[in-house]
Design a protein around this ligand. Structure first.
Ligand code: SF4
Length: 412
């Protein structure tokens, strides 16, 4: 389902504000002879509004209500003067916001930073790429209370089912949960991936570019994808990270004979080197023209997976696709989420218009698709796609045929 609305957190998500926040806190701290705070300490203490930030920075034995009020005023004066000194958008945020605008996604920002500063920063750095910004306002509870989030959602005309709440902290994940929205954690900000996972992030993004596919196709619905494959008789296992998948594959293959077809995905995962001692590994092409066709396990990636449960592969020589059909006792297709397509037709399109051109470019083969990245159904003597195999179910006679899906982009 396409995502139509985005609510972003500000500090640590869109803008790296740490330097200016730290400098402004220290203006207040040093005026009273309190120890200066480091950027790392500031990073750990932001997220619940500036009052909490100041409370956490004043030494405990001096932290009275009156002192917090004074330091807060001094912080605000300092921050108003310097909030654009060192602050910068994270790499990739501007292209992301431009792409969202072009796609018609309504974008709002919700921050626990005081309202004037939040609005000023968004206007300065992003102009009309953000439609509505709200910071901390009197009489409206801060995040993680959902009041301000739900009000912003209404102003944006958003539907909770097609809205993503994107932030870098546990407070953000909790805010999304309280408002009934899908929480996406970003790992480039002020908090760790573990904290975001534990706080209930439905997905993580390691770079702004990771967010775009989430808008185009919605979040992964692993359960329904699993159902589509298992209903056809395939095995199916999902791993959120490549490291977990490598551990699973190493265990499954230990002590077995394994053949690998050429695969950028398996290469990216570190195979065959990642196999533990005791696994007899054969590259599929042992000697030119001679294939090790009957291993215990054949490992391959796929050019595309359909969310309706089909596996699509194209091949030039045919050794790779034939080994996924006949010979091995077990076949495992290892794929990143970038291989998923909504249906069989789009999976075939992906194989011809994304996987084949990129493989032709990688191999230095002169095909029309290598030039412009599109399939021309060419009659070239160099044509690399001479067979296309669609697995609609596990081949008869094979003990097990399974998909290992990894929640990261891998291969092409
Ligand atoms: S048919 Fe030709 S142009 Fe199309 S993907 Fe294959 S090699 Fe490329």
């Amino acid at each position: 389902m396409k995502i139509t609305t985005a609510i972003f957190d500000l500090d640590g998500t869109l803008l790296n504000t740490l330097g200016d926040l730290c400098d402004s806190v220290n203006c207040a701290m040093l005026r009273h002879g309190f120890p200066a705070v480091t950027e790392e300490q500031t990073r750990q203490r932001v997220g619940n509004g500036v009052r909490r930030l100041i409370e956490r920075c004043i030494p405990e034995n001096k932290c009275t209500e009156a002192m917090v009020d004074i330091c807060l005023d001094e912080f605000r004066t300092a921050y108003n003067e310097r909030m654009m000194n060192r602050t910068q958008p994270y790499d990739g945020i501007l292209p992301l916001l431009r792409a969202l605008k072009k796609a018609g996604v309504a974008v709002g920002v919700l921050s626990n930073k005081y309202d004037v500063a939040a609005k000023g920063l968004i206007r300065h750095y992003f102009g009309d790429l953000v439609q509505i910004t709200h910071g901390e306002r009197p009489d409206i509870p801060c995040k993680p209370d959902p009041t301000s989030t739900l009000a912003l959602l209404r102003e944006l005309g958003g539907d909770p089912a097609t809205t993503l709440y994107i932030g870098d902290s546990a407070v953000d994940m909790q805010t999304a949960k309280n408002a009934g929205l899908t929480a996406v954690g970003v790992t480039w900000g002020f908090r760790s991936a573990d904290e975001l996972r534990q706080a209930g992030a439905a997905a993580l993004a390691d770079s702004p570019a990771d967010l775009l596919p989430m808008f185009e196709r919605g979040l992964l619905h692993v359960d329904s994808i699993c159902k589509a494959f298992t209903a056809r008789g395939f095995g199916f296992t999902y791993f959120a990270t490549a490291a977990e998948a490598v551990s699973y594959l190493s265990d499954v293959c230990a002590g077995k004979s394994v053949s690998l077809g050429g695969s950028m995905t398996l290469k990216a995962l570190g195979f065959p080197e990642a196999f533990r001692y005791g696994t007899a590994v054969h590259w599929h092409w042992v000697r030119k023209g001679e294939y090790f066709q009957k291993p215990d396990i054949y490992l391959s990636s796929a050019n595309a997976l359909s969310e309706t449960g089909e596996i699509v592969n194209i091949d030039g020589t045919g050794n790779r696709v034939s080994a996924t059909l006949f010979g091995p006792k077990r076949c495992i297709f290892v794929c990143g989420v970038n291989k998923l397509c909504p249906d069989l037709q789009s999976a075939v399109d992906r194989a011809r218009n994304i996987a084949a051109p990129r493989n032709a470019q990688r191999l230095g083969v002169r095909t029309p698709c290598a030039v412009d990245g599109k399939c021309h159904d060419c009659k070239s003597p160099n044509r690399i796609c001479r067979a296309m195999v669609v697995h609609m179910g596990p081949p008869l006679g094979m003990e097990k045929c399974e998909i290992v899906l990894i929640g990261e982009p891998l291969g092409y």
